[in-house]
Design a protein around this ligand. Structure first.
Ligand code: ATP
Length: 219
């Protein structure tokens, strides 16, 4: 994101890819405009939040018209650097890493896993999802100028690999391991622990049940 957008609150910035994906779908269906209510139902963010988010980047919806899809899309494309593909490295070609390599990230946004690393000799030299797997010993040599890495190694290997990634110039890490990793303050880490997310969902279902949807008879 460029400097102009630096003032967007982080919570808003985190929702931008969500908006972008939905608007992209609308655009490919030939839709010209969208209301905040429609958006709200699709992305599950309340419409007051959407209006506030959009006001940060000067998109003011017109009453009875909604938002211009084309305008929003071109804004998001610019803001999210969608015109430029971000090349990403993946470390750890196990079950999860293999799934990511086979998953077509470019469908919804312009990121592309360009190289993968693993310690297992049997995987090194193979291609998974069209991406070549290199030996982890060659990380520094082969990572080039990539600045983003996905970490899908066992927890025990996470910190050591992280230190090497930082040293090699990576500035963003998407950490899928259960380990909390330490990085210098200029490095951004987003942590996604799938087991914890699932556990949290189950806990919330049990302790914070949502209201039943209203039926026709209720109205
Ligand atoms: P997953 O956890 O993704 O389901 P898995 O259960 O198949 O994978 P793990 O033991 O979690 O296997 O390891 C994930 C991958 O990370 C494996 O392919 C393994 O060879 C690789 N790996 C383990 N240690 C390292 C390391 N130090 N550097 C790079 N890759 C590693």
């Amino acid at each position: 994101m460029d400097m102009e957008q630096a003032k967007i609150p982080q919570a808003t910035a985190k929702r931008l890819p969500l908006y972008y994906r939905f608007l992209n779908n609308l655009h490919s269906q030939g839709k010209l405009r969208v209301s905040s209510k429609e958006l709200s139902e699709a992305v599950k963010v309340d419409s007051a939040t959407i209006r506030r988010d959009f006001s940060y980047f000067g998109a003011l919806g017109k009453k009875g018209y909604g938002y211009n899809v084309e305008y929003l899309l071109s804004f998001f494309r610019k803001t999210l650097d969608q015109d430029e593909t971000t090349r990403v490295a993946l470390i750890g070609v196990g079950n999860l890493g293999t799934a990511f390599l086979n998953y077509n990230f470019t469908k919804n946004n312009n990121t592309k896993i360009e190289i993968a690393f693993d310690a297992n000799q049997e995987r090194v030299g193979t291609e998974v999802g069209g991406v070549r797997v290199e030996h982890i010993d060659q990380l520094e040599e082969k990572i080039g100028d990539l600045s983003v890495a996905i970490l899908t190694v066992p927890a025990s290997a996470a910190q050591g690999i992280t230190d090497r990634l930082v040293e090699a110039g990576v500035s963003g890490i998407l950490n899928f391991t259960p380990a909390r990793i330490n990085v210098p303050s200029h490095i951004r880490v987003h942590h996604i622990d799938l087991a914890i997310e699932l556990q949290a969902l189950v806990y919330f279902l049990k302790h914070y049940p949502l209201n039943e949807p209203e039926t026709e008879e209720d109205q």
